[in-house]
Design a protein around this ligand. Sequence first.
Ligand code: PEP
Ligand code: MN
Length: 350
Amino acid sequence: MILSLGISPQPGALERAQKLLLELGMQYQVLHTPNATVIVVTSDADALPGHLFTQLDGIEKVVRLGNRSPLSRPGADGALGVTFGHGPAAVTVGGGAAPLIVAGPCSVESREHILETTAAVKTAGARALRGGAYKPRTSPYDFQGLGLEGLKYLREAGEAFQMPVISEVMSADQIAGAAPYVDVFQVGARNMYNYELLKELGRQPKPVLLKRAMSATVDELVQSAEYILSEGNPWVILCERGIRTFETRVRNTLDLSCVPVLRSLTNLPVMVDPSHAVGKRDFIRTMSRAAIACGADGLLLETHLVPAKSISDAAQAISPAVLSEIVKDAQVIYNALNPKITVQSGAISQ
Ligand code: PEP
Ligand code: MN
C-alpha cells in the first residue's frame, strides 16, 4: 500500500499517518520524491480497511498494490474442500475431491413432489439435493416458492434419502428460520451484491454457495466471497451460472473461462450451474461435460420428474434419465483427466 501526501504535505500530516501506522503495527518507509511525499507500507496491509487512511487529514491518495481478496486467495495449503451433511450423507466439494453432482427441482412444489424427485435424483447418482423454497422470481406474479413449509419438505426428503440439502435465502432475516433445514445456504445471482445478507451468512457456521450475478465480473464475485469470509465463515463455494451477453439463443452465456481464472485467484471450490446458464434442456448435458473438463468441482442441475411441467424454469429442467447420463459423463471425464497411478504386480500403470 502506498499513501500519497501530495507535493507539499499539510503540516502534521506525515506525523499523523506515521502514528496510525505504528499503532497498527505496520512497517513503512517515507520517500520524498519530486512529485509527492509518499509512505510505502512494507508490511502486509491487504486486510486493512482503506478508509482508515483516506479519512486522515492530508492523505491525498491511497494506492493498493497487493491482493484485495486476502482471505480467498490461494494459500500454501492448496485448494479448500468444503464438507457438509452428516454421517453417510456427508459430501465434500473442492479440495481435489471428485466432482459433486447436486440436483433437484428449481422449486419445491409439494411434499410428494420433492420426496419423489429426491428418490429419482438419488438413483440417478446425485449426492446432494437442491430445491428452492424462497424463490427470487423476475416477475412478482410468478410462483414465489413455499417458503418455510417448502424447506421442511426439503429437509424431510434429504433425511429420507440421506442427501444434504442446499437452498436459497434471499434476505438476512430468513437465515435463522431456514438454518435447521439446510446444510448449505445458497445466495442467488440476484443477491450476490446483497452485502448485508453476505455479512450475516459470514456470521453463521454453515457453508454458503455463492452464485455469480448475471453481470458481475470475476473480481466482484471474489469480493462478495470476501464479505462472507471476513466475518469468520471460511466455507464458501463459488458458482458460475451464466452471465448476460448480447447472445439471445441461450438464456445466459456460460463463462467457463471463469473456472480456471477463479482457480488462479482463490482456493475456494468452484461449481458450475449449466441449467441457469443455457436455460434450455437440450444443451445442458454438453455444457456439463465441458464444465467438468475445465475443472469444475461440481455441477448444480435442475431436475424434474416431468421437466415440461416444472412450475418454475421448465425450459431448463432435465429428466432424471439425463441426469444419470451426466453423472456418468462426469465420472468418465474426471477419471480421464485425473488418472490415478496404481501399482499392479510391481508394474506402474495409469
Ligand atoms: C436457482 O438456483 O434456482 C436460481 C434462482 O438461480 P440463479 O440465482 O442463478 O438465477
Ligand atoms: Mn431455477
